[in-house]
Design a protein around this ligand. Structure first.
Ligand code: HEC
Length: 201
């Protein structure tokens, strides 16, 4: 029977490195948690907000009981796997959201994956009670995000040299003729609420 072989030099170094990495990860995690636990300030800036009306509150409840949360997430409810609907109210107004829920493909103007007639996975949504869908649309329209944050459709207010330089570097010249800049007045998509774009269209 083969006896225990001593570790070779290379194996010792390799195991040592693995142990050092794991130890570093554990120590950093403990430090992070201690700082987080002791800090009175939130670690990340909160950029999404909600201020629910009575209809919005009913919609929020329906959102959780109508299987929306198996694909979506909003206000800390639901899954991280699908489309997050936090800030949906900054992307679209209540009329657009209601139109989408009742007639998804026409409102999207493109083929959808899950919303739409059976056998699509979320087919039950468009056949729900219209009053319930309106309450859900109201709820989603009350989920807002700060302009310029990652979940907002509009870039930060004012001129940004950073964005200008990124556009200059990455956008091919002929895009200037093909596409309009959402930062220019009057160029925001019509379904973005006016108080978000700040423009009168
Ligand atoms: C089976 C998964 C699934 C379920 C269940 C589901 N959705 Fe969706 N939802 C999607 C997907 C995927 C999209 C993107 C459009 C598409 O391709 O269908 C979407 C898009 C949306 C949008 C448009 C978002 C945007 O800005 O483009 C809204 C609003 C929405 N869902 C609301 C709901 C509500 C409310 C419910 C519950 C009543 C629900 N969804 C249930 C998968 C789902």
């Amino acid at each position: 029977m083969a006896g225990k072989q001593p570790l070779r030099q290379g194996e010792k170094i390799l195991f040592g490195m693995v142990i050092a990495f794991v130890a570093m990860a554990v120590v950093s995690y403990v430090i992070l948690e201690v700082i987080r636990y002791r800090s009175t300030k939130p670690m990340y800036a909160v950029t999404t907000h909600f201020d629910l009306s009575a209809a919005g509150q009913r919609g929020s409840q329906l959102f959780r009981t109508s299987r929306c949360t198996s694909c979506h997430r909003a206000m800390r409810n639901g899954t991280n796997m699908g489309l997050s609907l936090d800030a949906e109210g900054s992307r679209h107004d209540v009329a657009w959201i209601y139109a989408f829920l009742t007639d998804p493909e026409k409102t999207y103007g493109a083929a959808t994956v899950d919303h739409g007639a059976a056998p699509k996975e979320a087919a039950h949504v468009m056949y729900m009670d219209q009053g319930e869908l309106m309450a859900i649309a109201t709820f989603l329209s009350e989920l807002r995000s700060d302009q310029g944050s990652a979940s907002a459709p509009m870039p930060p207010a004012g001129k940004s040299e950073f964005i200008d330089s990124m556009v200059k570097t990455f956008a091919p010249d002929d895009w200037k003729d093909k596409y309009s800049d959402v930062r220019d007045p009057g160029q925001q998509p019509a379904s973005i609420p006016k108080e978000v774009t700040g423009s009168e269209q």
